[in-house]
Write a protein that binds this ligand. Structure first.
Ligand code: KG4
Ligand code: ZN
Length: 337
């Protein structure tokens, strides 16, 4: 079964071709111009998706050596995300499936992040514990089987990636903030400032990053940070200390949940799973506590068509196709799909 997967829920236009669970190509066009606006501008994002969708899909098919007519189905994200952006990939995917007379599969973007763990040859076994950390979401999910998820905890305010982006902005760093903070954190002292880890003091698996973000803001303000000539050591130390707080919370809750639910395999997905400090710490903790850790390669951490093709493949294989009436759902819940 050969499937095309399309991802356009935020600022990456991406398409991938997958045959029987094996990835043949994954092509991503990132919209780097949002950097000059300090964040994703929804209207510009959807216009860029319109410009890029045909060349990106054509490139993915060409790299896979697959003709459109050879596709057995088309999968595209229908939520959650920016409605104007989702609509571009979704409309394209539905139209292509209709024109080819092949099934269409609407894919939940958060489910696709979870299933990105299955793209690698070393795969987790079900059930596994998954932490999805992206720009829009922080979700701790017990994955019993494909399509069988238990949402254990989400963030009550900012998503982890959003906190990275906002802290980067406070320090005058480039967008996207996650990689910018990650880079500085490697050069700084994680113990320089003791920022709060509020969620760790509460039982359960709810996350909250807004208090931490405000603490960083006050710390920077009280230090009379000079944007015109930033003190490199100060920036590196704040990045390292902020990142250490986020990692303590994420890793603490993830392994606490894994222990409580008796799973052996633990996964991290989503854009923030590209964070080098998080990857290192999670690996150390997994080894110490006797879990197997799975984190997809960088290309599959941030938004990509490959994870959509994987989710679409499992859905199609399980007879779960979508009607061409399926609409873009900016707030689509994981369990609703
Ligand atoms: O999953 P993703 O590509 O898009 C969403 O669905 O949101 O995640 C993007 C988020 C952004 O907030 C970005 O700053 C963050 O992932 N990110 C990182 C790193 N690389 C990307 N955060 C921390 N460290 C990184 N290395
Ligand atoms: Zn994402």
């Amino acid at each position: 079964m050969t499937l095309l997967g399309i991802e356009t829920s935020c600022d990456e236009t991406s398409a991938a071709v997958l045959t029987d669970g094996v990835l043949l190509s994954n092509v991503t066009a990132a919209q780097l111009f949002h950097a000059e606006h300090g964040g994703v501008v929804p209207e510009l994002a959807s216009r860029a998706h319109q410009r890029m969708i045909v060349p990106v899909v054509d490139d993915a098919l060409r790299k896979a050596g697959v003709q459109r007519a050879q596709l057995d189905g088309v999968a595209a994200v229908n939520g959650p995300g920016l409605v104007g952006s989702i609509l571009v990939g979704l409309s394209f995917g539905k139209s292509l499936a209709y024109a080819l007379g092949k099934p269409f599969v609407g894919v939940n973007h958060m489910e696709a992040h979870i299933l990105s763990n299955l793209l690698e040859s070393r795969k987790p076994s079900f059930p596994f514990m998954n932490l999805t950390v992206s720009g829009g979401h922080t979700q701790l999910v017990l994955v019993k089987a494909p399509f069988d998820y238990v949402m254990l905890g989400e963030t009550s305010d900012d998503a982890a990636g959003e906190a990275f982006d906002k802290v980067a902005k406070m320090l005058g760093l480039e967008y996207p903030g996650g990689p910018a903070v990650d880079k500085r954190a490697r050069l700084g002292d994680p113990k320089a400032v003791r920022f709060p880890r509020p969620a760790l003091d509460h039982p359960g698996y709810a996350f909250s990053f807004s208090g931490l973000k405000t603490s960083v803001l006050y710390y920077i303000r009280d230090a009379h940070f000079d944007f015109a000539s930033p003190d490199t050591t100060f920036v590196n130390d704040v990045c390292a200390s902020f990142q250490a707080a986020v990692i303590d919370v994420l890793v603490g809750k993830l392994f606490q949940a894994a222990e409580e639910h008796g799973v052996k395999d633990v996964c991290i997905a989503g854009g923030v799973s590209a964070n080098s400090g998080l990857r290192e710490r999670a690996k150390t903790e997994a080894d110490r506590r006797g879990f197997r850790l799975f984190v997809p390669r960088m290309e599959f951490c941030t938004d990509n068509g490959a994870m959509v093709a994987m989710a679409g493949f499992l859905r199609l294989n399980g007879g779960r196709t979508s009607s061409l009436e399926v609409s873009a759902e900016p707030n689509l819940a994981l369990t609703a799909s």
